[in-house]
Design a protein around this ligand. Structure first.
Ligand code: F6R
Length: 608
């Protein structure tokens, strides 16, 4: 979603605000803007498109001021034009907003009836207009903020400037995260700790419903009713992470190649490699006692959960209910309060996932979070946190977070199997040894397949559509392959369970249709080969991703066969993720798309 930063202090702010926005650009990147107060007046620069355009504008027309708010946008209401870019100004009020004001049209009608004229199509402008009206009615800044917050509903993180109080930033949070940062004679506000990392590592997260008044000397935090509250001040670890591309062309490429290393970190947390046992970190939920497990997430994280379902059912004989969070939260699923629920999220801020979590919490389930951002709202709202330790993922298309989520879920499922007595100590040892081999195998696979994936991508880049097929855990992986391809190359792609092909999708097969078949030589292999035969019989162009045993067993002619090493079924999804990630990545590079920031997408989706 959108990103917010603000600074109040004793030094010029606009350049530093834009630098901080760069660290938030992953959240949204269709327009950006910055506002300051100088000479008693509000002033702003805004630009459509990437931050670079705003920087160019500021270079030609600098913006002085010791206080400022800034924003990078992912459009919800109104096209991504300069006019709709934040900050929004009305009558001495400036506002930046992340989220959606759900009752904006009602408020807008009332304000229009009262004589207001609106100049943008955004929901945010109602906040600026409402605050301006409340000030005209005689309320001071704090009173106006409190009254405005009582009127608006929806999800928001807000930062507000009033021209007549040039030393104060007002902020509010209901839903999307907002962190206050502490400096020397300076205070900061940001959508996340990464944005604030160059300024400070001392931060306080506002709770839902909190609002805050920041001056250069400090912050007052108030609850929804305006009562002063104290929230913990913590040292953020965000500054420890380097956010640069290294020698890679794109963050996505860097993140693909980081996988062996980050997976070994992640595994190190959940597995004791000297004993070859799953460690205590994996038992923060008492898997032995729960009757069932619910899993919910969105997008790629959901697909990781779907693979996790196969593992929990197979190794721990634990029934798993899973759905995408936007459906899960509204389905009225009969869930037992004795059960546990796992929410998987890279950002830890995804609105639908958080809403599903709260739904399960209200029902009394034990809540576990499989998250990358361990300071996130989802992590902080959970009983047990399972960090995936992937480090910051900047490319919008998830790669290393996906495989780290899988690694953690695999360890949890094996641990759950042990706890429930469905696998023996010896079986646990064997499975853990397979997990331990994974980083080394991943590194050698990445090295070996890269040229082939690049030349295949050259062919795929000429296609309009693609189909991915798989069975067992390769079915969610087929969906993940299709998702990855479509989101960064804009080629239409679908992933199907291989057995479903003949129930409809086979109608799409002709000599122009590439069909990517993911088939390790597992217990489903023969069946998948039969489905591949059906494709071959209709002239489809098969890209066959298999292992050495699979390549030896199949006699079918393919457009290309990618041969991976033979690995155990448990770790196959992580290893087979690599060719599908590289295929999508190189195809997008050939297509010339914006790989790290594909159109219409945002890294952190904090609206429904
Ligand atoms: C796709 C992708 C998205 C996210 C989804 C959930 O490559 O990254 O589908 O997986 O938006 O985001 P998180 O994991 O932050 O909850």
């Amino acid at each position: 979603m959108c990103g917010i930063v603000a600074i109040v202090g004793t030094r010029p702010v606009s350049e530093r605000l834009v630098d901080a926005l760069k660290r938030l650009e992953y959240r949204g990147y269709d327009s950006a803007g910055v506002a300051t107060i100088h000479d008693g007046q509000l002033d702003r620069r805004r630009a459509e498109g990437k931050l670079f355009n705003l920087e160019t504008k500021l270079a030609g027309d600098p913006l002085p001021g010791l206080i400022g708010i800034a924003h990078t946008r992912w459009a919800t209401h109104g096209a991504p034009t300069e006019n709709n870019a934040h900050p929004h100004f009305t009558d001495g009020v400036a506002v930046v907003h992340n989220g959606i004001i759900e009752n904006f049209s009602e408020i807008k009608d009332t304000l229009i009836a009262d004589g207001a004229t609106f100049s943008t199509q955004t929901d945010t402008e109602v906040v600026a207009q409402l605050l301006a009206k409340l000030r005209r009615d005689g309320l001071d800044g704090r009173e106006a903020m409190q009254a405005m917050l009582r009127s608006v509903t929806g999800a928001y993180a807000l930062a507000v400037l009033f021209a007549d109080t040039p030393g104060t930033i007002l902020a509010a949070r209901s839903g999307p995260p907002l962190a206050v940062g502490y400096g020397e004679q300076e205070m900061f506000l940001g959508s996340d700790a990464i944005a604030l990392a160059p300024f400070t590592n001392e931060i306080t997260y506002l709770n839902d419903g909190d609002w805050a008044v920041l001056t250069a000397d400090g912050v007052d935090i108030l609850d929804h009713d305006g009562n002063p509250v104290t929230r913990p001040r913590q040292v953020s670890i965000a500054a420890a992470y380097m956010v640069d591309k290294g020698n890679h062309r794109h963050f996505m490429e860097k993140e693909i190649y980081e996988q062996p290393e980050v997976i070994s970190h992640a595994l190190g947390h959940y597995v004791d490699f000297t004993e070859n046992r799953v460690s205590a970190a994996a038992s923060a939920i008492d898997f032995a006692r729960i009757p069932s497990l619910a899993i919910s997430a969105c997008g790629t994280a959901y697909l990781a959960g779907l693979i996790g379902k196969y593992w929990f059912e197979r190794y721990a004989r634990l029934p798993v209910e899973i759905d995408v969070a936007s459906e899960f939260r509204y389905r009225d699923i009969p869930l037992s309060p004795d059960a546990a629920a796992l929410f998987i999220s890279q950002s830890g801020e995804t609105a639908d996932t958080l809403a599903s979590l709260r739904y399960c919490k209200d029902l009394g389930l034990t809540i576990g979070a499989v998250v990358n951002a361990s300071e996130s709202t989802i992590a902080r709202s959970s009983d047990a946190v399972f960090p995936i330790l992937a480090g910051p993922e900047i490319g919008v298309a998830s790669t290393k977070a996906f495989t780290c989520q899988l690694a953690v879920l695999a360890a949890l499922a094996v641990g759950a199997g042990r706890a429930r007595g469905t696998i023996s100590i010896e079986e646990e040892r064997v499975l853990v040894r397979h997990l331990a081999e994974m980083p080394r195998i991943m590194a050698s696979v990445l090295n070996a397949i890269q040229p082939k994936m690049e030349s295949l991508a050259r062919e795929l880049a000429k296609c309009q559509d693609a189909i991915y097929l798989g069975r067992g855990t390769s079915f969610p992986l087929a969906m993940e392959g299709a998702l990855k391809l479509k989101e960064i190359s804009y080629i239409h792609a679908e992933g199907y369970a291989a057995g479903e092909l003949k129930h409809g999708p086979i109608a799409l097969i002709d000599e122009n249709m590439p069909v990517i078949v993911i088939a390790p030589h597992d217990r489903f292999f023969e069946k998948t080969i039969s489905n591949m035969q059906e494709v071959a019989a209709r002239g489809g162009r098969i890209i066959f991703i298999t292992d050495e045993r699979g390549a030896a067993a199949s006699k079918l002619e393919t457009m290309s066969t990618i041969v991976l090493p033979n690995v155990d079924e448990l770790i196959a999804p992580m290893i087979f993720s690599l060719p599908i990630q590289l295929l999508a990545y190189h195809t997008a590079v050939f297509m010339g798309t914006d790989v790290d920031q594909p159109r219409n997408l945002a890294k952190s989706v904090t609206v429904e």
